[in-house]
Design a binder for this molecule. Structure first.
Ligand code: ATP
Ligand code: MG
Length: 328
């Protein structure tokens, strides 16, 4: 499969509390998105998921590393070529209330996006608005309604239609359903699956909800304190979690099947997330890790590939994977 988006060794920092302090919100992150795939990005609050997404689309300025779109390093582009590449990667925000203008009708909101991409003819734009509403599963009757009159789910659909107006190849979806009622989350989730199938749009899906990601994503990355600690196929990461942190995250999701629930042998999550301005030496996770040994404080964890696609930043990955096989 062809990579549509590659992120290489990306670092994004903010000034921290205290003089000369910095927060490395994204700390040497490398990830890949292939055309038409949904990839999950999960991790606790504050681990840097949004900053990674925002750095990819240019809402934050990375201090080093590369964002490569369709084989071209965005850092090497400027002017129209950069704008075109930026347009191809769209951000879908968590809050559909903040991302739309209350005083616009649905039609106007989408029309604005079409004007920005230079669809000059009014007739053409009108036809495209109808098509976009259809693509996001909204009836054409909502076109003349004000966005403030819509439900949360409908508003998120309008926001997605606006993003699609520029014909993006990649959507960075930052918790796009977590502000919605439980009952409509699944419907909006299904919309992302449809968009992938119908338009081939790739999607980096940021979420707290591991069950949701498992259902939608074919691959998943787990982030901790600015770093990717585990990445792989969803069946690999969920089926054979091999970083102690991934195991803890999964342990906090209740299992639907009581038989599996009883058999599970995963440590309980312990400890606070360390301050990002002052992360631990060696492995960042060691202060909460039940397996940590002296070496973990001295050297950064190696990256271990359990399969060509399943990578883990922990020296014990092989042992953990072996144990989860014998326990299963
Ligand atoms: N504009 C900013 N200025 C200073 N620090 C920031 C800024 N944005 C984010 N941070 C810090 O960077 C770190 C990562 O934040 P980020 O919002 O990317 O995390 P997140 O994983 O998206 O969290 P959540 O799940 O709560 O949305 C945090 O320590 C946060 O305080
Ligand atoms: Mg966030």
């Amino acid at each position: 499969m062809k990579a549509v988006l590659e992120v290489e060794h990306l670092v994004t920092s903010f000034p921290g509390v205290g003089r000369g302090k910095t927060v490395r919100a994204v700390n040497d992150v490398s990830i890949v998105l292939h055309s038409g795939e949904i990839v999950g990005l999960v991790g606790e609050s504050g681990c840097g998921k949004s900053t990674l997404g925002r750095s990819i689309v240019g809402l934050e300025k990375p201090e080093s590393g590369r964002v490569i779109f369709d084989g071209v390093d965005l850092g090497s582009l400027s002017g129209n070529r950069l704008r075109a590449a930026r347009r191809a990667v769209q951000y879908v925000f968590q809050d559909p209330y903040a991302s739309l203008n209350d005083r616009q009708t649905v039609g106007e909101a989408i029309d604005e996006a079409l004007i920005i991409v230079g669809v000059a003819s009014k007739a053409e734009r009108s036809a495209r608005i109808g098509q976009l509403l259809d693509q996001v599963g909204l009836a054409s009757a909502v076109r003349d309604r004000f966005t403030r009159e819509l439900s949360g789910g409908q508003r998120q659909r309008v926001a997605i239609a606006r993003s699609l107006a520029v014909e993006p190849r990649v959507l960075i979806c930052d918790e796009p359903v977590s502000a919605l009622d439980l009952s409509i989350r699944a419907q909006v989730m299904n919309l992302f699956l449809d968009l992938r199938d119908q338009l081939g749009v790739a999607c980096l899906f940021i979420a707290h909800d591991l069950a949701l990601v498992r259902q939608a994503a074919t691959r998943v990355y787990v982030m901790y304190l600015g770093k990717i600690v585990e990445g792989g196929g969803s069946d690999e990461v969920y089926g054979r979690p091999s970083h102690p942190y991934t195991q803890m995250l999964l342990a906090s999701v209740p299992e639907a099947d009581p038989m599996i629930e009883r058999r599970r042998k995963i440590p309980l999550i312990k400890g606070e997330i360390p301050s990002p301005t002052n992360p631990p030496s060696g492995c960042f996770f060691r202060t909460r890790c039940p397996l940590a040994v002296g070496e973990c404080a001295r050297i950064e964890p190696p990256t271990i590939f359990l399969t060509p696609t399943h990578r883990i930043a922990c020296r014990f990955a092989n042992e953990i994977a072996q144990k989860s096989l014998t326990d299963a």
